[in-house]
Design a protein around this ligand. Structure first.
Ligand SMILES: NC(=O)c1ccc[n+]([C@@H]2O[C@H](COP(=O)([O-])OP(=O)(O)OC[C@H]3O[C@@H](n4cnc5c(N)ncnc54)[C@H](OP(=O)(O)O)[C@@H]3O)[C@@H](O)[C@H]2O)c1
Length: 282
């Protein structure tokens, strides 16, 4: 049985959908924090059990009988993922698949990519065969940052750098291939990225073309942007975390466009323009 965590989230939910196309539902289990949110999967024959990385006893039950466990990363903190890796090992899983991040590196300027690097070390230390999917930066993250500008016409951000924004749907398909096709993806994968790298000036142009509205990219200092977020009620810790996306991207940490995802999917990965177009009101 393949167990997927985070199946009530965006990426985990799509991974389960792709698995359901590839294998019988009774060979799929999900480990979710709130089973009530997974009733639609239970109705289709998927095993639904409660599992939270913070509660190892429940996790043991959620991972029971697992041949493989796919751990969808949660918070940017290695501790909960270490608990999930240990639970998968204790359950006797023959392989662990983890959703890491392109540029995972202990010296990254972005806290999330530093945390993923630590989890990759935990995977290596577990002794269990593993695949660490180095997922490209989610295109939805850029869309979340862009969204206020769709109303105001001004995209006010610190200096950034190009990022190979990647569609959830493509990353979910890659995860399903990793789980079901032996030997396609083992160990730490290359960066699984979208087909082009775009900075926020490029994103503003695409958004303007799609909406027919003028959207101007305005660059402000790191401190001014962070102070603005805090003044709007964003907790200081989250404002610092968000700022690191910009400091890391302008150092080029997420700029790589790698052919690995295209080769794996056998088609061009989805362009940012198409992900954005699908989210805009018609
Ligand atoms: N590559 C990137 O650019 C990028 C960008 C943003 C985030 N991420 C990472 O990618 C992950 C998946 O993205 P997504 O869009 O699917 O995010 P999402 O919709 O927020 O899903 C995250 C999932 O993790 C689960 N989770 C959180 N804490 C947990 C815990 N302590 N124990 C067990 N499960 C826990 C959540 O459970 P509930 O459903 O109960 O909330 C949710 O299902 C994120 O969680 C984050 O680590 C990557």
């Amino acid at each position: 049985m393949i167990i997927v965590t985070g199946a009530t989230g965006q990426l985990g939910g799509l991974i389960v959908e792709r698995l359901l196309e590839r294998m019988p539902a009774d060979q799929i289990g999900v480990s979710v924090r709130d089973p009530d949110k997974a009733g639609h999967l239970r109705a289709r024959g998927v095993r639904v059990r409660r599992g939270d990385f913070g509660y190892p006893a429940a996790l043991a039950r959620a991972f029971e009988g697992a041949t493989q466990v796919l751990i969808v990363s949660g918070p940017a903190d290695p501790a909960p993922h270490r608990a999930a890796i240990e639970a998968a090992r204790a359950a006797g899983a023959g392989r662990i698949i983890y959703t890491s991040h392109m540029g995972a590196n202990r010296h990254s300027l972005f806290a999330a990519t530093r945390a993923h690097a630590e989890t990759e070390r935990d995977l290596q230390a577990s002794g269990v065969p593993f695949t660490s999917l180095r997922d490209g930066f989610h295109a939805t993250s850029a869309i979340g940052i862009l969204r206020p500008a769709l109303q105001t016409g001004e995209l006010i951000l610190p200096e950034d750098g190009p990022v190979s924004w990647t569609a959830h749907a493509d990353l979910a398909e890659a995860a399903a291939i990793a789980l079901t096709e032996d030997g396609r993806l083992d160990g730490i994968t290359p960066a699984l990225t979208g087909p082009e790298a775009l900075d926020f000036a490029g994103i503003a142009e695409i958004a303007a073309e799609l909406t027919g509205r003028r959207i101007t990219r305005v660059t402000v200092s790191d401190d001014a942007w962070k102070d603005h977020l805090i003044a709007q009620g964003t907790p200081e810790q989250f404002a610092s975390f968000a700022l690191e996306i910009f400091t890391a991207s302008r150092r080029g940490e997420f700029a790589a466009v790698d052919p690995a995802l295209k080769q794996l999917l056998g088609r061009e990965p989805t362009h940012f323009r198409d992900v954005l177009a699908a989210t805009l009101p018609r």
